[in-house]
Design a protein around this ligand. Structure first.
Ligand code: HEM
Ligand code: MTE
Ligand code: MO
Length: 467
């Protein structure tokens, strides 16, 4: 037959929308699937996530595609072949050239350092977020750690330093698994920026994810180093240092209160597993801290050193970032010494489906989302409104119900409700209530802060109703 035309990946990448036509690759073949988008059993928004790139990473996530009839459908849309000389050369002298490959569905907020969140509608497809879709928040290049020579530096009382290898950690301490949601302090920051510009990455609603973490308890490791269960009269802090360093050699660092680190019920882990797999490089391979119920910034990845101190970590990220301020404070007046470092986070929820601006059919509508609170306070209820908060319905909570006071993971929720007849537009709102009956503030303005952290107002999504 006539040979197919040959394309580069870049040419395929120019076809990412219905207007420019939608192309994808599978193996070395190129397909124009524009006419299949509306027919896709998994929905239009999901198939469009692969537009302009390879199908494999998406299909690896949804095994429903590994069937003969799916490949037959695809073959009908073939338009070409990929050119053979397609391998991209890693660039020289770029501190980020050693970063790991990432899933193409991630919405990248910053490439170097790598910061990305999954599309909202994929986030709540799974109670445990697949590792590849778990939001990624790096301040620096991902360090390359050799597991054979890796040693955790553990400073004991009096300054003696123990060096623990990975096999020693795994052999010496019992394995412990906990399901924990991590949320970045900047989750939903973009909503704050819409009120008044703030400084920081413009996160949507998905700088939050959940995994089952496996590792050793920090308290067991600290006890082994000689620290006592009871805290001394004066408050102390457990400080963590990462192996990721800036150009001047300064490492990422953070600290948590000693009572949290040592707490019997606090479940703080040094994790080497994530969802049953070896910890991925982006998430701190080979060892990271996981502090349940606490802002993500304290869960230090690529853990290099642990110490105990009367002072909080001297790190920039402990002292001069990740703090909340009054809306009255601006960059001329801010004094970081006046506010405590964020530890436990407030109650949070967001709508993940439908997405803003979507057109929903009349009849019935299913709204989906997540809800979570800090400090182990479980979510007891999620209220959803389709009319901007005039009337409310109670959503159905899904997922594991964890023990009171140790509810470290989110609940996913959904609500199926009739679309009000004659409504041309819906203003969907959600708000969660936690076990202490804490509620979310209804608007962003009163909680606006210059750094755009702790953005947890009622989440609002406007959609249109269309046949
Ligand atoms: C389901 C085809 C791309 C997500 C399906 C099914 C077919 C199909 C035939 C139904 C399978 C069955 O039940 O037997 C395709 C083709 C694609 C494509 C030809 C590309 C040209 C994608 C992408 C994603 C995706 C990129 C995700 C990002 C899904 C999901 C379902 C599904 C979640 C399950 C829907 C449900 O059962 O509720 N797809 N798909 N698909 N697809 Fe795709
Ligand atoms: N640890 C190190 N060593 N370096 C970092 O940049 N980022 C922190 C924290 N731990 C960071 C780190 C921040 S701000 C967050 S929100 C979480 O890691 C994100 O964890 P994740 O990338 O596994 O989602
Ligand atoms: Mo973060």
């Amino acid at each position: 037959g006539v040979p197919y035309p040959v394309f580069t990946r870049q040419e395929v990448g120019q076809h990412r929308s219905l207007a420019e036509r939608v192309w994808v690759t599978y193996g070395s073949e190129v397909f124009d699937i524009t006419d299949f988008v509306e027919l896709h059993p998994g929905g239009k928004s999901k198939i469009l996530l692969a537009a302009g790139g390879a199908l494999e990473p998406f299909w690896a996530m949804y095994a429903v595609h590994s069937q003969e009839h799916v490949l037959e459908i695809l073959q009908a849309y073939k338009v070409g072949e990929l050119s053979p000389e397609e391998q991209s050369q890693p660039s020289q002298g770029d501190p980020y050239s050693g970063d790991p490959p990432r899933h193409p569905a991630l919405k990248v907020n910053s490439l170097k350092p790598f910061n990305a969140e999954p599309p909202a509608e994929l986030l709540t497809e799974n109670y445990l977020t697949p590792n590849q879709l778990f939001f990624k928040r790096n301040h620096l290049p991902v360090p390359a750690v050799d597991p054979a020579s890796y040693r955790l530096q553990l400073e004991g009382p009096g300054g003696r330093v123990l060096a623990l290898s990975l096999p020693e950690l795994k052999r010496r301490f019992p394995k412990h698994e906990v399901t924990v949601t991590l949320q970045c302090a900047g989750n939903r920051r973009s909503e704050m920026s819409r009120v008044r510009q703030v400084k920081g990455l413009e996160w949507g609603v998905a700088a939050i994810s959940t995994a089952r973490w496996g590792g050793v308890r920090l308290r067991d490791v600290l006890a082994h180093a000689g620290y006592a269960e009871e805290e001394e009269a004066e408050e102390q802090h457990v400080c963590f240092e990462g192996l990721d360093k800036d150009l001047s050699g300064v490492a990422y660092g953070a600290s948590i209160p000693y009572r949290t680190a040592m707490g019997r019920e606090a479940d703080v882990l040094l994790a080497y597993e994530m969802n049953g797999e070896e910890l991925p490089r982006d998430h701190g391979y080979p060892l990271r801290v996981v502090v349940p119920g606490v802002v993500g910034a304290r869960s230090v990845k690529w853990l290099g050193r642990v110490s105990v101190s009367r002072e909080e970590s001297p790190s920039h990220w402990q002292r001069n970032d990740y703090k909340g301020f009054s809306p009255a404070v601006d960059w001329d007046t801010v004094d970081f010494t006046t506010a405590p470092a964020i530890q436990e986070l407030p109650v949070q929820s967001a709508i993940t489906e439908p997405t803003p601006g979507a057109a929903v059919p009349p009849g019935e509508l299913t709204v989906k989302g997540y809800a979570w609170s800090g400090g182990g306070r479980g979510v007891v209820r999620v209220d959803v409104s389709l009319d901007g908060g005039r009337t409310w319905r109670v959503a159905e909570l899904m997922g594991e119900e964890q023990r009171p006071g140790r509810a470290w993971a989110w609940r996913l929720w959904q609500l199926t409700a009739p679309v009000p007849p004659d409504a041309a537009e819906l203003n969907i709102v959600c708000k969660a209530v936690d076990a202490s009956y804490n509620v979310q503030p209804d608007t962003v303005e009163p909680i606006w802060n210059l750094r755009g952290v702790l953005s947890n107002a009622w989440h609002r999504v406007r959609v249109t109703v269309a046949e």
